[in-house]
Write a protein that binds this ligand. Structure first.
Ligand code: PEP
Length: 261
């Protein structure tokens, strides 16, 4: 049984005061839910991925509250002459359990390809982080009927298969159609389930059926309280990677509580 994961990708948003306020209000709600059952505790794991500058204060705000911490990217090596970069070891040292890799904004704006994502995922695994590897087709690729081929190619090339096969390392995959990110357009439940089922079949070919069955597949792309429920009930959807709606406690909490028990 896969427990759902609702992950907030704060992207490049938040100065210290805003980030702290957001983290504290979320932690408070999670704590109340855990202690008193009111509000109702969500039937999912919660994760927040703030910008690097906020990892430390957010960690202190959420510590002990059952909310996990993640980075939004890491370098492929653990230390050295890489001005401006942050390594997986540094994220781990700060208390992160997860790192988002290969987000389409990194692929588009920083020229990251699947080989780069694979090297970063290897570094993440080496440091004990669970990589959240993002895949997704562009609108042109969907219109050309290439969605499933694109997704298959991305996971074949971006996943460090031998590192993943060696031991029981963590892995999360996020399907994020590029045309649905930050646009307000969401893939339909049928489109999402089709891709997730194909992803799981393909993962089984690459890593074995047991591993494919245990891997959480998140959907991302304009998830909000209004559409969360219809997406979270899908058989192969194991949670969500949430951008814009993760910046409001009410919305993020509503998405989390939309997960079926
Ligand atoms: C994202 O950036 O991972 C994302 C899914 O963004 P949004 O929810 O804003 O579409």
């Amino acid at each position: 049984m896969r427990r759902k994961l609702i992950a907030g990708n704060w992207k490049m948003n938040g100065l210290t005061a805003d980030g702290l306020k957001l983290a504290e209000s979320l932690a408070q709600r999670a704590q109340q839910a855990a202690d008193y059952g009111d509000p109702k505790p969500p039937a999912c794991d919660l994760l927040v991925c703030p910008p690097f500058t906020l990892l430390w204060p957010v960690r202190d705000a959420i510590v002990g509250g059952g909310i996990a911490l993640g980075g939004q990217d890491c370098h492929a090596v653990q230390s050295g002459a890489h001005t401006g970069d942050v390594s997986a070891a540094m994220l781990r040292d700060l208390g992160c359990d997860f790192v988002i890799l290969g987000h389409s904004e990194r692929r588009q704006n920083h020229g990251e390809d699947d080989a780069t994502v694979r090297a970063k995922a290897e570094a993440a695994l080496d440091s004990g982080l669970t990589p959240i590897v993002c895949v997704g087709e562009t609108e042109a690729e969907r219109d050309a009927g290439e969605t499933l081929a694109v997704i298959a190619r991305q996971i074949e090339r971006a996943l460090p298969i031998s590192a993943l096969a060696q031991e029981e390392t963590g892995l999360v995959i996020a399907y994020e159609p590029v045309w649905a990110i930050g646009t307000g357009r969401t893939a339909t439940p049928d489109q999402v389930q089709e891709v997730h089922a194909a992803l799981r079949r393909h993962l089984a070919d690459l890593l074995g059926a047991g591993r494919a069955d245990a891997t959480r597949l998140l959907y991302g792309g304009s998830v909000k309280p209004e559409n969360a429920q219809e997406l979270m009930v899908l058989a192969d959807v194991d949670g969500a990677l949430v951008g814009g709606a993760s910046l409001k406690t009410e919305d993020f909490w509503a998405i989390a509580t939309a997960c079926p028990l």
